[in-house]
Design a protein around this ligand. Structure first.
Ligand code: FAD
Length: 305
């Protein structure tokens, strides 16, 4: 119930204004977001890479409504990739991209052209791009754009969301050699017609999808903080003899950092998803919805003012 309310608030510009102007918000945002500028992104990346972690960077923003905004997002990624390369942080760091921030709602071709420019810059920087997955109305369009991008940029990664009923079948389609697939539970509010609603059903779907990916020929990226699913991932890695170059764990910046360090120390490849930028509202609200206990941060930050 609380999750539904928070996800509804994530779509409300009125609540956004309230949250953005609240005096305690900055402290809360800082826990989950590396900072606002490219320098902040580079600093966080440097620290994580020094600790033995790989990184994927997300320039925060989604649902842009003008072609100019989409072009500005593209340009931010181009300059980020150049900066990562110059700083010697590629290939340890790659980028994650939301097609809605590249104009998918305006014109699919515009989003594709922008994404292609980012893939070209990633190739030049010696690294890769992963397309984030947004709500279910965009899944087909995102997978179509992925297929086109992979023709020239086969390293482009996809994200599949275990809460969608279609995902086990999408995993089968994408479990081919060279195919990088990030498997996550899914972070949006989705109707029952397309998505499992109960946590246990989402978890079961995650395990079925994980089995398909780990037994397939592609490169699985297991994006979860869930201890049970991580243990199942470790088990399947042993079973299918997948070493650190044949799959990876992924987690979000600021969430279970001690578990990220533990897995890395055990010899697994672990990639931290690092968001940065000033358009943090939707991202923050999804993190709060996943774990309403995080609302306590708001409470504590408020109490300390
Ligand atoms: P949960 O059942 O949510 O959490 C399991 C445990 O992890 C919790 O008990 C808690 O200990 C810890 N935990 C989880 N979330 C939090 C939190 N916010 N704060 C503190 N502790 C927490 N979703 C999409 O829809 N599209 C994407 O493209 C996408 N990309 C992602 C990329 C990465 C690298 C990751 C890690 C997640 C991504 N997600 C994406 C989000 C994902 O779908 C889930 O919403 C999110 O990961 C929470 O699910 P969980 O598997 O961690 O399990």
């Amino acid at each position: 119930m609380l999750r539904t309310v928070i996800l509804a608030a994530a779509r409300s510009s009125r609540v956004e204004r309230l949250v953005a102007t609240a005096p305690f918000t900055r402290d809360v945002v800082r826990r989950f977001v590396a900072g606002e500028g490219t320098d902040d992104a580079l600093r966080a990346t440097r620290e994580l890479v020094a600790d033995g972690l790989a990184v994927t960077l997300d320039n925060l923003g989604e649902d842009v409504v003008t072609a100019e905004q989409a072009t500005a997002t593209r340009d931010e990624y181009l300059s980020l990739l150049g900066a990562l390369h110059t700083a010697g942080l590629t290939p340890a760091a790659e980028v994650s991209v939301k097609l809605s921030a590249l104009g998918q709602m305006i014109d699919e071709k515009l989003a594709y052209d922008n994404a292609r420019a980012i893939c070209q810059a990633a190739d030049a920087a010696g690294t890769t791009v992963t397309l984030d997955m947004e709500d279910h109305t965009t899944t087909d369009s995102t997978l179509d754009i992925l297929a086109k991008l992979r023709k020239d940029h086969p390293g482009t990664g996809a994200v599949l969301q275990a809460y969608l009923r279609r995902t086990e079948s999408d995993c089968r389609e994408l479990a081919y050699a060279g195919s990088r697939v990030r498997l996550c539970k899914g972070a949006y509010r989705e109707p029952e017609s397309v998505a499992y609603q109960a946590d246990r059903d989402v978890d079961r779907s995650y395990v079925r999808c994980l089995n398909v990916l780990m037994s397939g020929d592609g490169y699985p990226m297991l994006a979860t903080h869930d201890p049970r699913l991580i243990a199942i991932g470790e088990d399947r890695a042993r079973w299918f003899d997948r070493g650190p170059d044949r799959f990876e764990f992924q987690m979000l910046y600021g969430i279970r950092p001690e578990e990220q360090a533990r897995l890395s120390a055990e010899g697994y490849t672990v990639r931290t998803y690092v968001p940065y930028g000033d358009d943090w509202y939707g991202y923050l609200m999804r993190r709060l919805a996943e774990r309403p206990a995080n609302l306590a941060f708001f409470g504590r930050a408020l109490a300390s003012k």
